[in-house]
Design a protein around this ligand. Structure first.
Ligand code: PXL
Length: 280
């Protein structure tokens, strides 16, 4: 198989492990070429830090995309995440329209918030724009907070438990047209993982592992990156989700054992070998 090429449209945060500092190493380890189209440069991510710098890359994005187009580049996957401005919604939609081919996988991680809270830099217009952008996706990877925003319902009113998670992914599937991997979904207190609706098979299934009883920043980005890389290499949605969930558990165990601050994310770098599949 030729090395798949993935356009990764996320922010670059210098410290704190999220977005491109996760997508680049993980997609590389999975044997895919990651081509970053940064949405913003921040000194750190926005979760748990104050005083971070924020350089908006909105104007640069269509220029870079036009150059890629002039080179005749094609991408086996387009993978978007944290966006830096409302205007970027339309820019990513244009990017998908310009580069999507019949077999291009479009993954939208509708990054907007966590724990029932919207991230500091996200406006209501960006959240409604994200729902529109997510309609273009083959696969979306919301957490519960983002699922509520996409469904337009208050977080507190989301249906709970295993049946509730099944209902959420099925409602988010746009009548079965779009695959959904709902992160942070659990069917029992000692388990965590993703509830997956696979548009290819029409099946909904929970993909779970033992819960590590701590929270870490950036696990949603790790999940979506492993999932995208595994899907583009040909895995089914449940198999890709299983690989992502097991990798995050290994990272969380390692990070918890060192008692690192939550805002520094998961200490995944020494574990990238788990993703390389023994390739030389
Ligand atoms: O992990 C999602 C994310 C991505 N990028 C930035 C963030 C966050 C979450 O806080 O702040 C800049």
């Amino acid at each position: 198989m030729p090395t798949p090429r993935i356009a990764a449209i996320h922010d670059l945060s210098g410290f704190g492990r999220c977005s491109l500092t996760i997508a680049l190493p993980i997609l590389s380890a999975l044997g895919a070429q990651c081509c970053p189209l940064p949405t913003a440069f921040l000194s750190t991510h926005t979760g748990g830090f104050t005083g971070f710098t924020f350089l908006d890359m909105t104007d640069e994005m269509p220029r870079a995309a036009a150059h890629w187009k002039s080179l005749g580049l094609d991408f086996q996957a387009i993978y978007s995440g944290f966006l830096g401005s409302e205007r970027q919604i339309g820019i990513v939609e244009d990017f998908i329209r310009d580069f999507r081919q019949a077999d291009t996988l479009v993954v939208v991680d509708p990054v907007m918030g966590d724990h029932g809270q919207v991230y500091q830099t996200y406006t209501p217009a960006m959240c409604s724009g994200m729902a529109r952008l997510a309609e273009e996706a083959d696969v979306i990877t919301p957490n519960l907070t983002e699922a509520a925003l996409l469904l337009g319902v208050p977080y507190e009113t989301l249906p709970a438990g295993e049946d509730g998670c099944r209902e959420i992914v099925e409602r988010l599937s746009l009548n079965g047209r779009r695959s959904v991997a709902l992160t942070g979904a659990s069917t029992a207190p000692e388990l965590t993982g993703a509830m997956c609706f696979d548009a290819k098979t029409g099946r909904t299934e929970a993909v779970q592992t033992r819960r590590v009883p701590r929270e870490f920043h950036g696990t949603g980005d790790v999940f979506a990156s492993v999932l995208t890389g595994a899907l583009v290499k040909g895995a089914s949605l449940p198999d890709a989700a299983r690989q992502a969930v097991e990798f995050i558990r290994a990272c969380a165990e390692r990070t918890a054992a060192q008692d690192l601050p939550m805002r520094e994310g998961v200490d995944f770098e020494p574990l990238l070998g788990l993703l390389t599949g023994g390739r030389p």
